[in-house]
Design a protein around this ligand. Structure first.
Ligand code: GDP
Length: 283
């Protein structure tokens, strides 16, 4: 994952999305369940004005189930239809068709009043890089999906995937740029591995992770690494010790220890953890 965003990219991505959004009824927005706000770009609210909206809490398998529920309520309170999913395993995907019909009730009703019957809902998947858009489209559409072929008005190369009688999906997802100008957002996205690690040194990133673990999941350091100390650098040294990260001269290799700790977090080996919480971040 190495996308660097420049103003040119953003303008282009926004323009492409504006065109595609004209063709659809429903926006299916993927967020990372571990960082549901940091993995959003609020511009989608303007871009998608007037469209039905769904939020999928993707990678919910890596997030804390208590907070998955809290985030579901948070987004529902804002008028989104929400489904928790794991696009990799497919769990949660079965619910989506029903929720799509619910989210597009008004459009379906409007069609009916006009005598248009069985016109499928047209949807598009959007989200920041690495949030799981392609994985989702592949597992949701599955192998059975048939491309419906080019139609007038569809931007270059875009095709509709017909999922069933009542739902068609644009085959190319819309890419939203992350809000990396906010440093906390940048740190969270770096921790989940969604943006270039170069935003911070690896040891600084590991210290941020340790701070977060100390505050919200204090038992993890104790249980996994047998660590009892409070000082973050000392904790990193303890991780190095526990994992035999030594340099040639016998010094602890803190960069190696940082990489191990961060990878363990990203792969869910430290447990299911959410990095931001609706109450604290919703003000
Ligand atoms: P895109 O850039 O938004 O299209 O993201 P991808 O579909 O390429 O997914 C990025 C990474 O996340 C891949 O390594 C996927 O296997 C992984 N991934 C996607 N969805 C899930 C999920 O629900 N759970 C887990 N654990 N990993 C996922």
């Amino acid at each position: 994952m190495n996308i660097q965003w420049y103003p040119g990219h953003m303008t282009k991505a926004k323009r492409a999305m504006k065109e595609d959004i004209k063709l659809i009824d429903l926006i299916i927005e993927l967020v990372d369940a571990r960082v549901p706000l940091s993995s959003r770009n609020p511009d989608i609210d303007d871009l998608g004005a007037g469209k039905a909206r769904m939020v999928l809490l993707n990678k919910s398998d890596l997030a804390d189930e208590r907070y998955n529920n809290a985030w579901t309520e948070y987004f529902e309170a804002q008028g989104f239809h929400v489904v928790k999913v794991n696009s990799k395993s497919g769990s949660g995907l079965k619910q989506i068709n029903g929720v799509v019909q619910e989210a597009c009730k008004e459009k379906i009703e409007r069609d009916r009043r006009r005598g248009i019957l069985n016109r499928p809902v047209r949807a598009m998947v959007v989200g920041i890089p690495n949030v799981g858009k392609s994985t989702f489209i592949n597992s949701f559409a599955g192998k059975a999906c048939a491309k419906t072929g080019n139609k007038p008005g569809v931007t270059k190369g875009n095709q509709w995937i017909r999922l069933n009688k009542s739902l068609e999906l644009l085959d190319t997802p819309g890419i939203l740029w992350p809000r990396f100008e906010d440093q906390q957002v940048g740190i969270r996205l770096a921790l989940i591995g969604s943006i270039n690690d170069q935003i911070l040194n690896k040891d600084e990133l590991a210290i941020e992770l340790i701070r977060f673990l100390k505050r919200d999941y204090p038992n993890v350091l104790k249980e996994r690494f047998g660590i009892e100390t409070e000082d973050e650098y000392q904790i990193l040294k303890e991780v190095a010790k526990a994992r035999a990260c030594l340099q040639k001269g016998g010094e602890y290799d803190l960069i190696k220890a940082s990489n191990i700790l961060i990878d363990d977090y990203r792969n869910g080996k430290l447990g299911r953890m959410t990095l931001e919480f609706p109450i604290k971040t919703a003000e």
